[in-house]
Write a protein that binds this ligand. Sequence first.
Ligand SMILES: [Zn+2]
Ligand SMILES: [Zn+2]
Length: 255
Amino acid sequence: MKIVVLGSGTANPHPKRSSSAFWLETGSGTLLLDIAASAVHRLAQERLDWGNVDAIWISHFHLDHCAGLAPFLFGTRHAAETRERKKPLKIFGAKGLTELVGTFDQIADGKLLKQPFPVEIVEVDHLEQFQLLKGLTAISISTPHTDESHAIRLTDDSGKTVVYTSDTGFRKDLATFGKEADLLIIESSFVRDKKTEKHLELAEAMYIIRHARSKRAMLNHLYAEWDEVNFRTEVDKFSPGCEVIEATDGMRLTI
Ligand SMILES: [Zn+2]
Ligand SMILES: [Zn+2]
């Protein structure tokens, strides 16, 4: 499985970190984990085959995770890259996703869902297991961030596993959910002294990584306060039990 970090940051504009989006290439096809508005440009910048993306996972409805749906679908209507496309684009997310896409569609005068290819919207529940793509099994759990926010665990048919927490407050069972993942993509919005219960700070992210015993972990959704510290020095204060890397825009990983 290949992973490209399109956006390692948050909703706050930042010179080096665009908002949340990850591109995954699996044996079953390609998908996006979240699609911030900035992701639409970033896909092209990274020269990814965005016209053939098979599925999009929306972790929650904060705009730094889903606002790219509107410009993406606005662009795919007439792009050379999608003109011949017939296979469906599946968009997955929590209950309310159909209404959200419907609202974007209304703003765009009903043009977003008139595509050369079918668009299928699939709403999933807490602890629901589903096939995100054929051969790519997914399970999602709700997280303490918004009413609809979910973390997702993906396993391909070779057994490789990626877990993406997206934005979340602290919840011990995220460690169980991330158990032995080949890559645990976990938010660490704050270095310490977090100002809200709806996000994680480093010590909490490290607790989850250590107890999950993941093979590798990647911290993302980093607020600008991370620019004031040395990432490696902060991470080395803990014993995560595996390699912990800092998500940066454009980073490419293979698991
Ligand atoms: Zn966010
Ligand atoms: Zn959020």
